[in-house]
Design a protein around this ligand. Structure first.
Ligand SMILES: *Cc1c(COP(=O)(O)O)cnc(C)c1O
Length: 380
């Protein structure tokens, strides 16, 4: 049996989430906008799911916009605020060089539209520098978009400090909390954030659904036009089974967060212990303390990422390089590059990410295989 250690890419759907979704794939097909009984029933289910996701974030239900996932939530946040504030002479966005491509590529698109974007550098642990952010903020700045926790190396950004500074300067702050959701306690009432993105399939929900939380008095232009859904901020007939599944997944994720965290940390420790026992040479990429519990990015000097991944796959270990493998060629990670990793470490990095279905036992087994493969590939 293969061992799945790639939960930062996607997660299995929780059986209780499947149970919650099934009625909406079978009998309950109505359109939530219809005024008849078929529609009303579905409207109630969507409202309930909205409450579940809102509760998980300590948000008001009315402040959530369901989207097609984390990517759309990020696009909507960045483009929505930037274009809404442009009329007020604010045409500047600040982000970080280690963001997910959903934010980075959106920012590049904004540059094409004539906006000015600052990409903050990071230190060797992947954290932005507050003084650099402080210098970058000016009267033209509409939005700061910095992720909560990084999907490749797990590094947590100083979101409290970033938000406090942004607030002081009257600049809106968006955070991509896709990886943090379900792992870190997220409370939009106490966090100094204005917009926050989450995604269902990273928390054992179905794919193709996510949400953007938008605080009060945040100007936001929609990306899509065409209907009344989501208060006109995201028109289009709702992905009802997906939304219902997302709601249930959010509820479970919060109820089991403590256990989930502990287990992820235990898996992480086990992986490192076994590699140490086998005397494997490795380095840990990311921040030694401020990191998400479930993401462990390691470099194995002397090995090559792509060869490692292929060999591990043949041995039944599913892990990743962190950066997506587009069209069959593995690109060097923009995150590790931004962290200025030496070439040898840049080209031998592998991301392990833990979740449902992992335990100390199968992680130990996986670690022994990793040790064997690394030994084989680095022996000369
Ligand atoms: C997965 C991920 C996304 C994209 O979410 P989708 O629902 O897959 O579109 C965005 N940001 C981060 C940090 C992610 O890990």
């Amino acid at each position: 049996m293969a061992i799945y250690l790639d939960h930062a890419a996607t997660t299995p759907v929780h059986p209780r989430v499947v149970d919650a979704m099934l009625p909406f794939l079978e009998q309950q097909f109505g359109n939530p906008s219809s005024i008849h009984a078929f529609g009303r029933e579905i409207r109630n289910a969507v409202d309930r799911a909205r409450d579940q996701v809102a509760e998980a974030l300590h948000a008001e239900s009315g402040q959530l916009i369901f989207t097609s996932g984390g990517t759309e939530a990020d696009n909507l946040a960045v483009t929505g605020v930037a274009t809404a504030l442009r009329e007020k002479g604010k045409d500047r966005v600040i982000t970080a060089s280690v963001e997910h491509h959903a934010v980075l590529d959106t920012c590049e698109y904004l540059e094409h539209l004539g906006f000015s974007v600052t990409y903050l550098s990071v230190d060797s642990t992947g954290r932005i520098r507050m003084d650099e952010l402080e210098r970058a903020l000016d009267d033209r700045t509409a939005l700061v978009s910095i992720m909560y926790g990084n999907n490749e190396v797990g590094t947590l950004q100083p979101v409290e400090e970033i938000g406090a500074l942004a607030r002081e300067r009257g600049v809106f702050f968006h955070t991509d909390a896709v990886q943090a959701f379900g792992m870190e306690p997220l409370d939009v009432k106490s966090l100094p954030v204005d917009l926050l993105s989450v995604s269902s399939h990273k928390i054992n929900g179905p794919k193709g659904v996510g949400a953007l939380w938008v605080g009060r008095e945040v100007p936001l232009n929609p990306l899509l036009h065409g209907g009344q859904q989501e208060r006109r901020r995201r028109p289009g007939t709702e992905n009802v089974p997906g939304i219902v599944g997302f709601g249930r997944a959010a509820e479970i994720a919060v109820a089991e967060q403590g256990r989930h965290r502990e287990k992820a940390l235990a898996c992480r420790r086990t992986m490192l212990e076994e590699l140490d026992r086998a005397e494997i040479r490795y380095t840990v990429n990311g921040h030694p303390e401020h990191h998400l519990p479930h993401i462990l990015n390691l470099s194995f000097p002397g090995a090559d990422t792509e060869v490692l991944l292929m060999n591990l796959d043949m041995e039944g270990i599913a892990c990743a390089s962190g950066s997506a493998c587009t069209s069959g060629t593995l690109e060097v990670s923009h995150v590790l590059k931004a962290m200025k990793l030496p070439d040898e470490l840049l080209r031998s990095a592998v991301r392990f990410s833990f979740g449902l279905g992992n335990d100390e036992e199968n992680v130990r087994e996986a670690a022994r295989t990793v040790a064997e493969v690394v030994n084989r590939l680095t022996k000369r």
